[in-house]
Ligand binder design. Structure first.
Ligand code: PGA
Ligand code: ZN
Length: 422
């Protein structure tokens, strides 16, 4: 039996320059698994909680020494000697040690770093690629073959909490058709990304980038951003509506003020019904294929109306709405509130719970999109996760900046390993 010998964590930095936690798990056969965890800026109320030190004299209160200490002094000692491949038992042990519904005692950041590092160590001990091990965990058997790579959706313009305060919509995406081989889809996304820069330069607009590597331009309206994307695509060989589409993460929870949606394209704040009209027009005019968090995380009625209206044509994705949470997903399935789920392991806090949520989504024919956070490290676990669970899409930010391309590049390696070329 391969067992856990030592677990240790340190404080490192994420892509926003904030501290985060990195944990290594050493096994009695010498294998070492390592994982670090990301952090969101546009956070749902229903996520598990990361814990921060709150000491204003260190990292403006954002330090994670308490979470590090929880791994080194509470979780680690309890795990020593455990059978590493029993991921469910490992995660359950941490849930019991924590004992709170949102992981506030030990911290979802501490717990997830251990959970992912344990899976990484197991894959190494078993001499399996991580995505194969993850597939085995979710299917309860070794997969026979992989015939599908996830399709990337590229966050090429950053607004909302990731931008400069200029655009209300948080993410403007280009989405290659799912039929495209992964490496081609990556090239398409990158080529459109570069075209956008050219157009911004030509318009004397700012082409600095936001938190996820997309441009954060000084434009007048959200529609201006969509127009620039259409123009950029027209400057490439790719046909809009056939080979390439647009996507939006409205992150609408964060633009809702006193029950109305505030968007600079309209002179007055919009009711739910008016905002649904606005989004339907965008869908018609701009070939929107992926629409994430179109309404706020508590506007269940609005989600139902929108999904009954557009759910057959496009993917309506719950991020803040669902928070990778099984109860919220069950409610959304029962109420037909959306058609797809964004999966962010740190919203729920363990790998086992993440896989359980994906199983519920699969059973309900919900599309699965595995996503990064706006604060990331170079950790590539989510690339393996996406392939291992057979996700339809991945959302890793812009095709630029180290912490984003680390994941895109990991998928290039997996694609080559699997010889999936179409
Ligand atoms: P976050 O945003 O990582 O800042 O929470 C990502 C998203 O809303 O999809
Ligand atoms: Zn989102």
């Amino acid at each position: 039996m391969v067992t856990i010998k030592r677990i240790s964590a340190i404080e490192i930095l994420d892509s926003r320059g904030n501290p985060t936690i990195e944990t290594s798990v050493e096994l009695n056969d010498g294998s070492i698994g390592i994982a670090s965890v990301p952090s969101g800026a546009s956070v749902s109320t229903y996520e598990a909680w990361e814990i921060r030190d709150g000491d204003p004299h260190r990292y403006h209160g954002m330090g994670v020494l308490k979470a590090v200490s929880n791994v080194n002094n509470i979780i680690g000692p309890k795990m020593n000697g455990m059978d590493v491949v029993r991921q469910g038992k490992v995660d359950q042990t941490m849930l019991e040690l924590d004992g709170t519904p949102n992981k506030i005692r030990l911290g979802a950041n501490a717990i997830l770093s251990v959970s992912l590092a344990v899976a990484d160590a197991s894959a190494k001990a078993l001499k399996l690629p991580l995505y194969v091990y993850i597939a085995e965990l979710i299917q309860n058997k070794l997969p026979k073959k992989f015939d599908h790579m996830p399709t990337p959706t590229f966050n090429v313009i950053n607004g909302g909490k990731h931008g400069t305060g200029n655009l209300d919509i948080q993410e403007f995406h280009v989405v290659p058709a799912t039929i495209k081989p992964y490496h081609e889809a990556l090239r398409m996304g990158e080529e459109v990304y570069q075209q956008i820069k050219e157009i911004l330069i030509a318009r004397n607009a700012n082409y600095a980038v936001g938190d996820e590597g997309g441009y954060a331009p000084n434009l007048f309206t959200n529609l201006d951003a969509l127009e620039i994307m259409m123009e950029a695509i027209r400057n490439t060989p790719y046909k809009i509506g056939l080979e390439i589409f647009l996507g939006l993460d409205v992150a609408a929870t964060h633009i809702k003020k006193e029950n109305l949606y505030v968007i600079k394209d309209r002179a007055t704040p919009l009711t739910t019904e008016e905002f649904i009209e606005f989004l339907s027009d965008l869908h018609r005019d701009y070939r929107i294929l992926l629409l994430e968090d179109p309404l706020s995380e508590n506007d269940w009625k609005g989600w139902q109306i929108l999904t009954s209206k557009l759910g057959n044509e496009i993917n309506i994705i719950g991020d803040d709405l669902l928070a990778t949470n099984p109860q919220r997903l069950q409610k959304a399935i029962a109420e037909k509130a959306c058609t797809a789920i964004l999966i962010k392991p740190n919203q729920i806090g363990t790998l086992s719970e993440t896989l359980a949520v994906i199983k519920i989504a699969n059973a309900a024919d919900f599309k699965v999109i595995v996503s990064n956070r706006s604060g990331e490290t170079n950790d590539t676990f989510i690339a393996d996760l996406a392939v291992g669970v057979g996700a339809e899409y991945i959302k890793f930010g812009a095709p630029a900046r180290g912490e984003r391309v680390a994941k895109y590049n990991r998928l290039l390696h997996i694609e080559r390993e699997l010889k999936i070329t179409s």
